[in-house]
Design a protein around this ligand. Sequence first.
Ligand SMILES: Nc1ncnc2c1ncn2[C@@H]1O[C@H](COP(=O)(O)OP(=O)(O)OP(=O)(O)O)[C@@H](O)[C@H]1O
Ligand SMILES: [Mg+2]
Length: 245
Amino acid sequence: MSLLSVDDVTVQFGGVTAVNHANFAVDAGTVTGLIGPNGAGKTTCFNVITGLQTPTSGRVFLDGHDVTRAAVSRRARRGIGRTFQRLEAFGSLTVRENVRAALDIHHGMLGWRRSTDTAADRLLERVGIAAHADQRADAIPTGTARLLELARALACDPRLLLLDEPSSGLDEQETKEFGHLLLELADEGRTVLMVEHDMDLVMSVCSTLHVLDFGSIIASGPPAEIRTDPKVQQAYLGYVEGAAS
Ligand SMILES: Nc1ncnc2c1ncn2[C@@H]1O[C@H](COP(=O)(O)OP(=O)(O)OP(=O)(O)O)[C@@H](O)[C@H]1O
Ligand SMILES: [Mg+2]
């Protein structure tokens, strides 16, 4: 059974159909990609999975449980974590304080004691930004802020981690290290679902890709199959053709 199933989900915003009868599943312990052109409905799918957006129709299952109507907080307790395409860190707090805030929310949900700097620093080291711990979050480069988002998401110890364009703002070396980190997280048994435009990254770390176009899934499968799929190439001309071999 898949960890996550998106079952015939449709989202309409007035006359706009952002997601159109989308079906896809994510297996536990994998890094899976949700890709597609701009405006295809990727972020809206994430919002449906995390509970920020109620679908017009369709259902979402986590571990076989129907969570379609579950509150965001209940889904977080069940192990869904995410990062946002638009960065959401607290600008006036330091990088370390931002992670501690996330840890404290998680600890609060579990009835645990408040977090420590040590726990926060461990997460910052994990994502490779420990050197920025004392800087204010609004003073760090975008790439570092993306990694801070990841540290904050990891603070909640998610089983399923949704990452919305996590590599934008990372340089080539940072992107490579980021790819390694994603594979490590999967090795630990976490599951990653990633929306990402960097095709080299997607092709190198994802075991399965789901392709959205105009709100519908037009292809699902391993990267090698997806890159040669004529439907995908048509939807995506430029991205897939330009991807690394
Ligand atoms: N709250 C909203 N109200 C109205 N339309 C919306 C809303 N959110 C998204 N849309 C529309 O739904 C469609 C899908 O948007 P979404 O943000 O999910 O796409 P995306 O695949 O994440 O795009 P991008 O790659 O640019 O981030 C777009 O046409 C968008 O304009
Ligand atoms: Mg988006």
